[in-house]
Design a protein around this ligand. Structure first.
Ligand code: FES
Length: 104
């Protein structure tokens, strides 16, 4: 059996085939639409993976990920009725309900 390190430094078995195991799927509900991501992804990661680049309305246009490290607040969404969640910091959990926010 062989092993490989992922981006976080974790070691994963690649097995006899050399293929790396794929993390489990997670499904979140985005504005009523089911979107599939992978365990360990942030909500922003799932949104970007689904082709969305912006999901928050602001005074000067649509926002999505800017800093990606929890500093700028451009990525805010409502998750399970909790407002002001940073999509770039919150891990996506199966069944999460994500709604866009509009802030001036
Ligand atoms: S992208 Fe800046 S806080 Fe999330």
């Amino acid at each position: 059996m062989s092993a490989a390190r992922n981006a976080r430094g974790s070691i994963r078995s690649t097995g006899a085939t050399g293929l790396t195991a794929v993390p489990a799927a997670v499904e979140i509900l985005v504005e009523g639409e089911t979107v599939t991501g992978r365990a360990g992804q942030t909500i922003a990661g799932v949104l970007l993976g689904s082709g969305r680049v912006a999901w928050r309305g602001a005074q000067h246009g649509e926002r999505g990920v800017f800093c990606g490290i929890g500093v700028c607040h451009d990525c805010l969404v409502t998750v399970n009725d909790v407002e002001g969640v940073r999509a770039c910091q919150r891990e996506a959990v199966d069944g999460d309900r994500v709604e866009r926010e509009v802030r001036e």
